[in-house]
Design a protein around this ligand. Structure first.
Ligand SMILES: Cc1cc2nc3c(=O)[nH]c(=O)nc-3n(C[C@H](O)[C@H](O)[C@H](O)COP(=O)(O)OP(=O)(O)OC[C@H]3O[C@@H](n4cnc5c(N)ncnc54)[C@H](O)[C@@H]3O)c2cc1C
Length: 429
């Protein structure tokens, strides 16, 4: 986050790179005074060269976080009311559905929009064989399908994008990213005249309750017996899929040691606790996993997705009509349950407290005690699980003990919500 005094707060910066893309005044050698660097926590964050900076404030205007942190009035009920038409479905291309992160809906939509010329490019990210994260503008439908899969790392999806869009003379683009990327794109569009005037975007967000730091991948590599910095395929090969590295062992995503890192928020960057849009409602379409018991028998790919705008809904219905995707209407309550309603309530409540206690920014205000307890519970679990992994004790603890621990920490999390007298929402008091 960049504030009015151009002070940068790393703890709540998502590294989206909207600020570096908004900068309009490069120095004599053509370098923008604001650039991404990797900080001591291994995360991409911006730094400003005070000598060459003209203080035009474009970076401040493009930063999506300040607005949210100090003006967030999201509540669970207002969030729930915004959720659009919910669907269950999957790509009808069997191989694609099997290889994709969940069920191939995202890149199937991308390929369809390119083939029908509804967009002239798709902005999508992938990991190359050297383990670098690349964000590219794809213009060919067979190429974009290569970006399938989930990247559980920080992706600076907007970095270098302005130049690529201008030089490709793109007019209508599909942008795929997390909700923090979509927010960055929207604020960047307001700050960047070229994008505002010349480019129309369709957006797809992935549901996301947390991403992970590079340390998480290191821990996964050590469980997989992989080489340092070897590329990990986090998903794919059916649903919910395998975590694997080329030539080494694969483990199911459901492996308890992976599950523990997700359930405890271990190796989750602080900025994820500032997020109040876990389902990606700012996008035209948002896509996630179908974590519901009625779909658990499927081993190929099952997705829940939401059309948040009529533009998004029309695309989904067109694709069903021509036999690209299987589609069935789902309810909002099932969609929330699939993501664990308690987690969605957590992420759509009391952003002030989350920013103060995870990001050390701002004040807690009138946060109920119960919510504060929940935050401390999460912080405690996060630290403990990180320690278990860093010290390698995890390799000697029997799976049964890890499972019991994971269950207890989850039950406490959920019970803190359930004990509330009115409903399951904190916000209704
Ligand atoms: C960090 C992260 C957290 C997630 N958390 C949840 C969750 O809590 N609940 C849930 O149901 N689903 C979650 N998902 C979404 C899920 O893993 C799938 O990405 C989603 O269901 C789309 O599947 P698909 O088969 O349609 O995608 P595919 O057709 O395989 O296409 C995947 C697309 O996602 C893009 N992509 C992948 N990772 C990133 C990234 N980090 N940043 C930007 N773009 C990316 C790729 O470029 C590609 O365009 C998460 C995904 C990520 C990356």
């Amino acid at each position: 986050m960049i504030d009015k005094d151009l002070k940068i707060y790393d703890s709540v910066c998502t590294g989206c790179s909207a600020c570096t893309e908004a900068c309009m005044f490069p120095d004599e050698s053509g370098i923008n005074p604001i650039q991404l660097i990797i900080n001591e926590n291994g995360l991409n964050v911006p730094r400003i060269n005070k000598v060459t900076c003209t203080e035009c404030m474009k970076c401040y205007k493009a930063c999506p976080t300040e607005d949210k942190i100090f003006n967030s009035d999201v509540t669970f009920d207002s969030y729930k009311a915004k959720i659009g038409n919910c669907y269950f479905g999957y790509s009808l291309d069997h191989e694609h559905r099997f290889e994709a992160a969940t069920a191939g809906i995202t890149t199937e939509i991308a390929a369809y929009l390119l083939d029908t010329k509804q967009v002239d490019g798709v902005i999508s990210s992938y990991q190359n064989e050297d383990n670098d994260i690349i964000t590219e503008i794809f213009t060919c439908s067979s190429e974009v399908k290569k970006t399938r899969g989930s990247i559980y790392r920080q992706v600076s999806a907007l970095n270098g994008l302005g130049e690529k869009i201008e030089s490709g003379r793109h007019k209508k683009l599909l942008f795929i990213g997390l909700s923090c990327h979509i927010s960055g794109l929207k604020t960047l569009q307001k700050a960047n005249k070229y994008l505002k005037k010349n480019v129309e975007f369709i957006t797809i967000a992935l549901f996301c309750k947390q991403t992970k730091t590079e340390e998480f991948s290191d821990m996964e590599r050590s469980l997989l017996g992989a080489k340092p910095n070897q590329k990990i395929n986090y998903r794919g090969k059916g649903w919910p899929g395998m975590t694997r590295v080329e030539g080494e062992k694969s483990l199911p995503l459901s492996d308890i040691r992976f599950g523990l890192m997700w359930g405890s928020f271990a190796f989750t960057p602080d900025y994820c606790f500032s997020c109040s849009d876990p389902i990606g409602l700012e996008a035209d379409i948002s896509v996630g996993d179908a974590w519901l018991s009625q779909y658990s028998a499927d081993k190929i790919g099952s997705s829940l997705f939401v059309a948040n705008t009529s533009k998004g809904d029309n695309i989904i219905k067109e694709m069903e009509k021509i036999g690209k995707i299987h589609l069935k209407r789902e309810t909002v309550d099932n969609l929330l349950a699939s993501q664990s309603t308690s987690h969605i309530i957590f992420k759509t409540s009391y952003s002030n407290a989350r920013n103060a206690l995870f990001g050390n920014v701002g004040a807690e205000d009138d946060t109920p005690n119960r919510y504060i307890k929940l935050i401390w519970w999460i912080k405690f679990n996060k630290k403990l699980v990180e320690w278990i992994f860093r010290s390698k004790i995890v390799t000697i603890i029997p799976n049964i003990i890890l499972r019991v621990y994971a269950k207890i920490s989850m039950v406490v999390f959920i019970r803190i919500f359930k004990h509330h007298p009115s409903t399951d929402s904190f916000n209704e008091t």
